[in-house]
Design a protein around this ligand. Structure first.
Ligand SMILES: [Zn+2]
Ligand SMILES: [Zn+2]
Length: 354
């Protein structure tokens, strides 16, 4: 739980009881996400967001597990099923949900909280959770609920066509999923922009043709040399900084698309550079994680039959009891994806000793 600004602690809480429409899931794998760091370090700990009586904000929104209890009215799920949940919950009934934009739900949908725990609740479970096909492991489908859907969503919302040139700024977990998604969807040239060597290497492994280090020379001219002077068809902004938004806008051709999946939580606003070389007649789209059971099923089908394997992103596996240490490691950027696993009796005592 986030118990103070920048602080995560392990806290004992009762096993949740499902309310109407909810299921309770016993976590079997749960990941840390960049958004967790935004929540931990940038968003104030708003007392209005804390569950009644809880000592803090339950962290975690990317997890898989086994359904252990079903609330009233849940029809599509049953106890004992392995499920993955979307990180954004959605009511399934509001106008945005009915037109298929579940991540824009206005009927009570929000970020899923509390997945970095032995048990977590999934509200609107029929809408936002899907059973996992038998042949697929936790780690193969864990990212379908969040970073995989978001990264691929950046490419889909940019309406990538076969052979398009794509630049992806930032090869953190979401940026890497966008790189893999661009390759899977038939991009021609995929250029990744990243300065951390391990992330650059992962970008090549997941389908980037070229990786440009933005700290060496002028990244805009390096990109335009590869795409031709008119610029790239698509630029994905997956960092969440003014600087990368600026660069993305400068390398996209007239008529092209800037597709942002950055979380600009630490900024008061984002500015777009004006002028014909960077601004006129571009499309700019902002995407939150595409969510819902149907989306999850599509992504799991892509893993099962389409060969998209994102498990190389997992650099660390740690017991849940070491979540505070995992956050420190993640904050240092020495880890790409950390998966928290339920503690065995041994791991619990080791974690407490530590
Ligand atoms: Zn996330
Ligand atoms: Zn809704």
């Amino acid at each position: 739980m986030k118990t103070a600004q920048h602080e995560v602690r392990m806290v004992e809480t009762p096993v949740p009881v499902p309310a109407e429409g909810e299921v309770v899931v016993r976590m079997t794998s749960s990941a840390l996400c960049g958004t967790d760091m935004h929540i931990l370090d940038e968003s104030p700990l708003n007392p209005g967001m804390l569950p009644a009586g809880a000592p803090g904000l339950p962290m975690g929104h990317e997890a898989v597990g086994i359904v252990v209890a079903i609330g009233a009215g849940v029809r599509n799920l049953h106890e004992g099923q392995r499920v993955v949940a979307s990180c954004l919950t959605a009511c399934g009934r509001c106008p945005q949900c009915l037109e298929g934009q579940l991540s824009a739900c206005s009927g009570g949908g929000s970020l899923l909280f509390g997945c970095q725990a032995n048990y977590f609740r999934v509200p609107f479970a029929d809408v936002g959770a899907a059973p996992i096909p038998d042949g697929l492991s936790d780690e193969q489908v864990l990212f379908a609920g969040d970073i995989m859907s978001t990264g691929l969503g950046a490419i889909e919302r940019a309406e990538l066509k076969f052979g398009d040139s794509v630049v992806v700024f930032g090869q953190g977990p979401v940026g890497l999923c966008a790189t893999a998604g661009a390759r899977a969807r038939g991009a021609g040239l995929v250029i990744a922009v990243e300065s951390v060597p391990e992330r650059a290497e992962m970008a090549r492994r997941l389908g980037a043709n070229v990786v440009i280090d933005p700290t060496v020379g002028d990244p805009v001219s390096a990109i335009l040399e590869l795409t031709g002077p008119i610029g790239a068809d698509i630029a994905v902004e997956a960092v969440g900084l003014q600087q990368t938004m600026d660069l993305a806008t400068r390398v996209v051709r007239r008529g092209g698309t800037v597709s942002s999946v950055g979380v600009y939580g630490g900024l008061p606003g984002v500015m777009l550079p004006a002028g014909p070389s960077s601004f006129y007649h571009r499309k700019i789209v902002f995407t939150l994680c595409p969510s819902g059971a149907a989306r999850l099923q599509q992504l799991m089908r892509l893993v099962e039959f389409g060969g998209l394997d994102l498990t190389p992103l997992i650099t660390h596996r740690m017991p849940l009891s070491q979540a505070p240490e995992a956050y420190e490691l993640f904050r240092s950027r020495k880890a790409l994806k950390i998966v928290l696993l339920p503690d065995t009796a041994d791991a619990i005592s080791a974690g407490r000793k530590g």
